[in-house]
Write a protein that binds this ligand. Structure first.
Ligand code: NAP
Length: 321
């Protein structure tokens, strides 16, 4: 019998991935956190890391795994992985792009609709008896025909734009460089916000985008009239959460739809207390079909690597030679 291949699961993995993972590899589930002495013994034999989109894989952890070859992330975002440290050690990082585009785009449109038309609030209005007691709800905002600004025009940004076209929205976007898409390009998030009714954030997380959406961008979105809705389906780190809370409390912007937060799963009490925000617990890709496709792709990358085949979906840092 051949020697088993040792894999470290760095966080709690999806139950849609773990059966195939355990069937193919010797999996050490969060051993680095739960049993440091046992981890010390097995560390020299660990050849791969299995991670989720929210996992942290630090330079320090990579340094403790001399036989590490591959980090397979089940998620398109891999901002928790120190890719520079991995690259310096010749360790490859893979992720799961594309299979989740539809779900994340659906959620972005859903949050925009919920925030504009106040759907969770409408549900509460009926359930609480306010309808009978107080009469009709205050009027909401129209989404169809409005102006959509996309901060990020990658795979998911384009899927959001396709959906927004069916709502008759005028679409503009920003990113570091203009893309070959039929939408108006604006040079930065502030200029885009000034011309948007709904601003959707869909960039990667990490240092390059930290607090890209700050008080200035939110003020531009509000246009001095308390207008504008912010939707964040990217990463909590991309929005200055304190500035957002302040803008919502002071009525600088009209509302927000948020799937991601700075310190998940902890959402500040002040944010939870604001009536005009719609909150979701990081469910962008959380449907059974999509999570299975992500699990299969994350597993497929491990299998391809250890079979000596080309990787299915290495991250951009490992593409193009
Ligand atoms: P992608 O195809 O790589 O697109 C990313 C876009 O962001 C590109 O248009 C890129 O253009 C732009 N961008 C990157 N850095 C930027 C910067 N500093 N300033 C402005 N724009 C910048 O990625 P994707 O597949 O669409 O996924 C995007 C992100 O969505 C993921 O990385 C992940 O963080 C998030 N996500 C969240 C969920 C959820 O559950 N809520 C699910 C899936 C993904 P340039 O390079 O030209 O700037």
């Amino acid at each position: 019998m051949s020697e088993p291949i040792h894999v470290l699961a760095v966080s709690r993995l999806s139950p849609l991935w773990t059966p195939q993972l355990h069937a193919a590899y010797a999996v050490h589930d969060r051993l680095h956190e739960t049993d440091p002495a046992a981890f010390e013994r097995i560390a020299p034999q660990i050849r791969a890391i299995a991670a989720s989109g929210e996992s942290r894989v630090s330079a320090e952890l990579i340094a403790r795994l001399p036989a590490l070859e591959l980090i397979s992330v089940m998620g398109v975002g891999y901002d928790g992985v120190d890719v520079a440290a991995a690259k310096a050690r010749g360790v490859t990082v893979t992720h799961t792009p594309n299979v989740l585009n539809d779900d994340v785009a659906d959620l972005a449109i859903g949050l925009a609709l919920c925030a504009a038309r106040q759907l969770p609030q409408a549900d509460r209005w009926v359930r609480s008896g306010d309808w009978a007691a107080k009469g009709p709800m205050p009027l909401a905002r129209k989404l169809s025909g409005g102006r959509l600004g996309l901060v990020g025009m990658g795979r998911i940004g384009q899927a959001i734009a396709t959906r927004a076209q069916a709502f008759g929205m005028a679409i503009a976007y920003t990113s570091r460089s203009a893309k070959a898409v039929p939408y108006r390009y604006l040079p930065d998030a502030k200029a885009l916000a000034a011309e948007s009714d709904v601003l959707v954030v869909i960039t990667p997380g990490g240092a390059a985008t930290r607090k890209l959406i700050d008080a200035d961008v939110l003020a531009a979105l509000g246009k001095g009239r308390g207008e504008g809705i912010l939707v964040n389906v990217a990463r909590g780190s991309v929005v200055d959460e304190a500035a957002l809370i302040d803008a919502l409390e002071r009525g600088v912007i009209a509302g927000a739809g948020l799937d991601v937060f700075e310190n998940e799963p902890n959402v500040p009490e002040r944010l939870r207390a604001i009536a005009q925000v719609v909150l979701a617990p990081h469910i962008g890709s959380a449907t059974g079909a999509t999570r299975q496709a992500m699990a299969d792709l994350a597993h497929g990358n491990l299998q391809a690597h250890f079979a000596g085949q080309p990787l299915l979906t290495p991250t951009p840092e490992y593409q193009g030679g």
